[in-house]
Design a protein around this ligand. Sequence first.
Ligand code: NI
Length: 170
Amino acid sequence: MSKLDVILIPDRRLRQVCEPVTKVDGAVRRTLDDMLETMYAAPGIGLAAPQVGVMKRMLVIDITREGEPKQPYFFINPKVVWASEEVSTYQEGCLSIPEYYEDVERPARVRVEYVDHDGSEQEIVAEGLLSTCLQHEIDHLNGVLFIDYISRLKRERVMKKFIKRAKSVA
Ligand code: NI
């Protein structure tokens, strides 16, 4: 496995809609494994393929805490097929928007259909942190970021900060 570079806003790739994965082959599995290693190293609890510049509909999640046995999830072509009316609020962050956190309200529970690491079709009903994380990562596959749910003023402020930062490293 090898660690990949995580791209940051305002990289345009983070605003693109990703293509479905047509076949779960060795290359797809290798990318997922690399994404998992990249996420653990960050550290983070979720990482979507476009965040490492791979424009495919796949993501990895592990919401276990440090010291607990790892429990990685691999989601290929995930699709939200049901969302609860009940909502919950979590403070979210994103490896593509480092050191920035804001409360976001989302459906408390979602049912998601997806294909797993072995290429089998699966379904999960997620709640709590897993539900929020899954929705956040699926948004990435559609070019949506968690800052799209906060006030325009806050969003413009954080965008400005990262545009400046990108210019200074360029
Ligand atoms: Ni994110």
